[in-house]
Design a binder for this molecule. Structure first.
Ligand code: GLA
Length: 402
């Protein structure tokens, strides 16, 4: 990066810091990326495998301690004014119109025993908002890294992910799993992360897509996790786990800790006995998706890209028809890819109910792909989509100007 590039997000966040808080002496800048999930959707909270990758888009935080022991002042490049809360009364930040992801993380850092004081911070994001690309996780992880570092006790990547997830669960009321925060803190350039959410252990897998690139297609239908059916799905799968264990017991089999611990053979045997059709569909998605992730990673590792892409399509249909977490816009933008030859795989990515699909597209056909999908998607929904050719970047880190 070039420090003379005034449009660079680091410069942008620093110049806004100066405008807001007077100067940039002793200010440090941290960043944490958004993520795309390649496969393994809605199973991180069922003890499953997921396969996300960090983006090169992210949240940038310019931060320094202030002279107070207690007062946090935060601002953002796209929001007017400064929001303030006190370390001694963090819960009052729940009523802020903006800033509760940050406050939730600070609360988690305090409960981990970190000794914090007041600080000033400015946020700047290059992630399209509400697109299901984990802009909130990137705020949480960048805040965790920035605050723990300037107060002398930097958390590890895994600790950052867990603190961010707890903040979102406890402070913001979204019962999310660990995937987004983990990808944001632990991402690696040009690699996807195979994360076992039961043990929170991972391995990096090189993302070698041959002459293809990843294209995100944004429905531009805002995806709002809190307001969506996310928490409802979590509730349904917890009923699903109880049901599967009840049936397993009747078959003389031992109890399992989570839905992804059931095999496909057990699913086949037990599914007909699940009382509710809805719960049966949810369980079928979860168990089959977990198997698909393992298969997909093996295919990618052996360079069998066409089959990898086909599995992404199977995964999309599972989340669409069994988990019912897509909706008109995601379905239309997915369907628009079906007759495009240069697209070997496509699926919705993230929480769903709006947001983006991820597509594997021949690099030479990207412009044709955009035109093809946009025309059909707009005809079907009246919405105009956006496209981003995405690069896979590193996880959370401090930024240094060269
Ligand atoms: C959101 C949540 C994640 C995960 C996905 C669905 O992004 O934050 O924890 O559950 O939805 O896979």
């Amino acid at each position: 990066m070039d420090k003379n590039d005034s449009l660079h997000p680091i410069n942008e966040v620093l110049s806004f810091f100066k405008k807001t808080f007077g100067d940039t002496e002793n200010v440090r800048v941290f960043t944490a990326p958004g993520r795309v999930n390649l496969i393994g959707e809605h199973i991180d909270y069922c003890g499953g495998y997921v396969f996300p990758a960090a983006l090169t888009l992210g949240t940038y935080v310019a931060i320094r301690r202030n002279e107070t022991n207690d007062t946090v002042r935060i601002a953002a490049t796209t929001i007017d004014g400064i929001r303030t809360f006190k370390l001694s009364d963090i819960d009052s930040a729940k009523t802020l119109d903006w800033g509760n992801y940050q406050a939730g993380v600070v609360k988690e850092l305090l409960s981990l025993g970190l000794s914090l004081g007041g600080f000033d911070a400015v946020y700047h994001s290059t992630i399209p908002f509400g697109a299901g690309l984990s802009s909130s996780a990137s705020i949480e992880v960048s805040t965790g890294l920035a605050v723990s570092t300037i107060f002398g006790s930097p958390l590890t990547g895994k600790e950052l992910a867990l603190a961010g997830q707890r903040a979102e669960n406890r402070f913001c009321g979204v019962n999310c799993g660990i995937m987004d925060q983990f990808a944001s803190s632990m991402g690696r350039e040009d690699h996807a992360i195979l994360l076992d959410c039961a043990s929170i252990t991972h391995k990096y897998v090189p993302l070698d897509l041959g002459d293809n690139v990843l294209v995100l297609a944004n429905t531009c239908k805002r995806h709002a996790l809190g307001a969506s059916k996310y928490n409802e799905r979590r509730q349904e799968v917890s009923v699903g786990l109880e049901e599967m264990n009840r049936i397993a017991k009747a078959h003389g089999a031992p109890k399992k800790p989570n839905l992804c611990a059931f095999t496909k053979a057990e699913l086949k045997e037990y599914a007909p006995e699940i009382a509710s059709d809805v719960i049966r569909k949810r369980v079928m998605h979860v168990v089959s998706e977990n198997e698909r992730v393992k298969e997909a990673v093996a295919l990618l590792e052996s360079g069998r890209l066409a089959e990898f892409g086909a599995l992404l399509r199977d995964a999309n249909q599972s989340i669409r028809y069994l988990y019912e977490a897509t909706g008109e816009e995601l379905d239309a933008i997915y369907d628009a890819t079906l007759d495009f030859e240069g697209c070997i795989g496509s699926r919705m990515t993230g929480g769903g109910f709006g947001g983006c699909t991820v597509n594997i597209v021949k690099a030479s056909a990207v412009e044709a792909f955009k035109a093809h999908v946009a025309e059909r998607y707009t005809a079907a929904t009246g919405n105009v989509p956006e496209f981003y050719v995405c690069k896979v970047g590193d996880g959370a880190r401090e930024c240094h100007l060269v």
